[in-house]
Design a protein around this ligand. Structure first.
Ligand SMILES: NC(=O)c1ccc[n+]([C@@H]2O[C@H](COP(=O)([O-])OP(=O)(O)OC[C@H]3O[C@@H](n4cnc5c(N)ncnc54)[C@H](OP(=O)(O)O)[C@@H]3O)[C@@H](O)[C@H]2O)c1
Length: 287
């Protein structure tokens, strides 16, 4: 991966941090996107110390804030001449319904709209990289929790229907898959591939951030889950392995390609999701 530039969101913790470290071990120039300077810098330093590789940068952005995502995309575009892999990983589960400063339900904003907006804003850089160097890759970290998800484009953030953290999380992870398939369709023949990965059930901070019964039960069984390094295997495989060169519009459980339920690749839903997401992010219709 020497000479490549790879960006990971949510890189100060869990799967994102292990993915950033794996990319640093492989010699990539790593761009870590975090929302806290303190947590981000601590993780950046830990990765440099662990790998002896110092081409590891930290960029700050709260991915719940669309203005931050735009500033981030501008910074990436102006600072880096290429982007070989974009790993959309930052995500959360929130037991209580919360709104972002933009007035959007938090899970939908961070887990789906941030993936959508950042990827589209980095489109030119990704496509230029693919043209100059043969390929660029978008890796969306999803979850098998998508199986419990439904899409409601009239009310994506549960403003008019009863909120449950699990329903919101499952919806956002179903959106990760639909977005991946639609992105792969829209960007076919550009050399930019798009794939989605379930990392497995992983012992990360994910289980520590809420006090509802689900998080509590998840926390209780953390000892039985995969390590963050093991959870990062799938994202790293999709971002770096020659075995998946040219593979696009696919879903992986770790490093194994699997077929999701049909609702995850319904073309009409994916097209409407793209249009609604463009509307919610103020993105002019692309392609
Ligand atoms: N753990 C699992 O079992 C599991 C299973 C399937 C899928 N996943 C997926 O894996 C991804 C990573 O989760 P994880 O398990 O590694 O959890 P984690 O340890 O809680 O890491 C989540 C990361 O996302 C960042 N983040 C959250 N909200 C953000 C925001 N508004 N702006 C910027 N960054 C934000 C967090 O930053 P802070 O530290 O600043 O909050 C943290 O770096 C998520 O997409 C999750 O859905 C996890």
């Amino acid at each position: 991966m020497t000479d490549t530039t790879c960006l990971v969101t949510g890189a100060n913790s869990g799967i994102g941090k292990a993915t950033a470290q794996g990319l640093a071990e492989r010699g990539a120039h790593v761009v870590m996107v975090c929302r806290s300077e303190e947590r981000g810098e601590a993780a950046r330093q830990a990765i440099v110390d662990a790998t002896g590789h110092d081409a590891v940068d930290l960029l700050l952005a709260d991915l719940a804030v669309q203005a931050d995502i735009r500033t981030l995309a501008d910074a990436v575009t102006s600072r880096y001449g290429r982007l070989d892999a974009l790993v959309n990983n930052a995500g959360l589960y929130t037991a209580e319904r919360a709104l972002t400063p933009d007035g959007i339900e938090m899970t939908w904003a961070v887990n789906h709209l941030a993936y959508f907006l950042l990827t589209n804003l980095l489109r030119d850089l990704l496509m230029e990289t693919a043209e100059a160097h043969g390929e660029a890759r978008v890796v969306n970290v999803g979850s098998e929790a998508y199986t419990g998800g439904t899409i409601d484009l009239d009310d994506p953030g549960f403003a008019h229907t009863p909120y449950s953290g699990m329903k919101a999380y499952a919806r956002s992870k179903l959106a990760n898959l639909l977005f991946t398939y639609e992105l792969a369709r829209r960007w076919r023949r550009t050399g930019v591939t798009a794939n989605c990965v379930h990392p497995g059930v992983v012992a990360t901070g994910f289980w520590d951030r809420n006090t509802d019964w689900l998080s509590w039960a998840g926390w209780l069984f953390k000892w039985a889950y995969k390590s963050p390094e093991s959870g990062a295997r799938g994202p790293l495989y999709l971002a770096t392995s020659p075995e998946v060169q040219g593979v696009t519009g696919a879903y992986f459980d770790g490093t194994e390609q699997v077929t999701p339920q049909p609702k995850a690749y319904d073309e009409e839903t994916a097209r409407r999701l793209w249009e609604r997401s463009a509307e919610m992010t103020g993105l002019s219709m692309l392609d």
